[in-house]
Structures are given as C-alpha cells and as structure tokens.
Design a protein around this ligand. Structure first.
Ligand SMILES: NC(=O)c1ccc[n+]([C@@H]2O[C@H](COP(=O)([O-])OP(=O)(O)OC[C@H]3O[C@@H](n4cnc5c(N)ncnc54)[C@H](OP(=O)(O)O)[C@@H]3O)[C@@H](O)[C@H]2O)c1
Length: 267
C-alpha cells in the first residue's frame, strides 16, 4: 500500500483526503498531512484519524505527495523539500499556473499535475491529469484509480489546461453565476428570491440527468419547440452569451498570465 502525503489541507486538500477515505480509495492509517496553520490540519486529523506532521515529515514518510497549496506558495514548499523530493517519490500538484517544467527544475520527484473539481465532493466532475516525462505506468494507474474513485479523471495536455479548467474546476462557479442571474431576472419581475432559487436548482438537477443522456442541442430542440416562447428565450441567450463567454476567457487568461508572472518573479 502506498503512503499518501498531503501538503495543504485547505478546500482542495481536505476534500481529497475526506473523499479518498470515504470511498475506500485510501486508508486513514496510510495518510499523513501538513498545513501552514497547524490547527486546521488538526481538526481533520481528529475527524479522520490521519497522521499529522510538518511538510518535511510528510515528504519523507510518503511515496505519493499531493501538493495542495496555492500557486504562489508552491515554490516555497518545493524549496523547503529540495532534499526529500527524490526520484522514488511521486509528486501530484493540484495547483494551477505552476507548470511541470518549473516543478521538475526544482525537484527530482516524478512530477505530475492533477486539477480536480469541487464536484468530487459528490463523487462527480472531472479531474484533469497531466503526466510528466518520467511518469511511470504504475504512477498513471495509481492516479487514475484514486481520482476515478471520486469522479472522472481525464488525461490532457498541459498546454490546454487554462481553457479546460474553465469547463471543469471553475465550471461549478460559472454555472452557479449564470443560474444566479436567471434568479435575479425573475426577482426583478417580482418573483420571491427563495422560490426562484429553489425552482432553478430543481430544474438544474432534472436537466443534468437529461443532459447525461442527450446532447445540449437535442434537449434545446425538445424544449424550445418551433414558434414557442422558449425558442425566443433561447435566441436571446444565443445573441448575448457569446460575448459574455468570450470576455470570460479573455479575463481568465489575463489572470493566469499575471499569476505566472508572479510565480516567475519568485525565482
Ligand atoms: N478550490 C478549488 O475548487 C480548486 C480546484 C482545482 C485546483 N485547485 C488548486 O488547489 C490549490 C489549493 O486551493 P484551495 O482552494 O484548497 O486553497 P486554500 O483553501 O487556500 O488551501 C491552501 C492551503 O495551503 C496551506 N499552505 C499554504 N502554504 C503552505 C505551506 N508552505 N506549507 C503547508 N501548507 C501551506 C494553507 O494553509 P493556511 O491554513 O495557513 O492558509 C491552506 O490551508 C490551489 O493551487 C488551487 O489552484 C483548487
């Protein structure tokens, strides 16, 4: 059995630990975690029975190390662990904007990246996996096994990550933001806000089940019958949404570039 280490027990680190344990993909006895603010990891340890340590303990005692800190904290951790991250260790970074080449330049571990989605909280959603040049077949199998337990892992190329993240890990925020606008439009017409939110959420749940079986276009055609009011509503979305989503892509790209500049400035 592999010993799994987690550095950073914030939203993503703690979700991964909880879900790997809940699904039986990992045994609490095989998990050690560290966090900058010790108390946060302490709560998790009391809840789940995992071991706690400092970053160096985690790296030294694990075969597989999940790096779950924010992009601007990655370099500090890699510097701290320069002696522990040896080629016999598998490093899985969940951080955006810190690429494999940069990780490889600072560590001798077999580096990979997996960008999970908070959807794994309900064992759904996509984890985007990028494997490095020195990823072995058993690394790949291990990563796919772990992330299959909590959703759908998909291997992708690193150059495509920025845009694919929009569709996967950022997706729950964007879908919620769009649905919130629909709720607000209804409230501007006098509908009670709580009622509007409940109706949209129920509709979203039903829609996601239908979407699992048919294409977006088929579903639109079935609901927006020719000459009806829904067809007019769909036309309004098709008129305005392209500009909104194009702007979203421009804004997120600019932010990725800014964070990468800050990462590069760290050394
Ligand atoms: N949230 C998502 O949906 C999502 C999706 C995909 C990928 N990610 C990636 O996951 C990473 C973590 O995101 P998050 O949302 O989990 O952020 P977060 O909640 O802020 O968690 C980051 C954790 O890292 C800890 N930390 C920072 N520096 C550290 C160090 N030197 N040593 C040990 N622990 C340290 C922080 O400790 P403190 O308690 O002291 O702050 C914090 O608990 C990011 O790189 C992000 O790009 C997140």
């Amino acid at each position: 059995m592999n010993h799994l280490g987690f550095i950073g027990t914030g939203h993503m680190g703690s979700m991964l630990i909880r879900k790997f344990i809940e699904t039986g993909a990992a045994d609490p006895a095989d998990i050690i975690a560290s966090n900058r603010t010790r108390e946060k990891a302490g709560l998790l340890s009391r809840d789940l029975g995992i071991q706690l340590g400092g970053n160096i303990d985690v790296a030294a005692q694990s075969d597989v190390i999940f790096l779950c800190v924010k992009p601007l904290d990655v370099m500090g951790v890699l510097r701290e662990l320069r002696y522990e991250l040896t080629p016999d260790k598998l490093l899985i970074s969940v951080a955006g904007d810190f690429n494999l080449a940069k990780i490889a330049s600072m560590s001798r571990a077999r580096a990979t990246r997996v960008i999970p989605s908070i959807g794994s909280e309900s064992l759904k959603g996509v984890s985007l996996a990028v494997f490095g040049r020195n990823t072995t077949d058993s690394d790949r199998a291990l990563i796919l096994r772990l992330f299959r337990a909590i959703g759908h892992p998909i291997e992708v190329e690193e150059k495509d990550l920025d845009i694919l993240i929009v569709l996967t890990s950022s997706g729950p925020a964007y879908i919620s933001a769009v649905m919130k606008e629909l709720v607000l439009a209804a409230t501007r017409k006098g509908v009670d806000a709580d009622l509007a939110e409940r109706l949209v959420k129920e509709t979203l749940e039903g829609t996601s089940e239908l979407q699992a079986k048919e294409s977006f276009d088929d579903l639109i055609t079935r609901v927006a019958t020719k000459g009806g009011s829904t067809e007019e509503g769909v036309k309004a979305i098709q008129k305005h949404a392209p500009a909104m989503f194009d702007e979203l892509l421009v804004a997120t790209k600019a932010k990725h570039e800014l964070v990468r500049k800050k990462v590069d400035a760290q050394g």
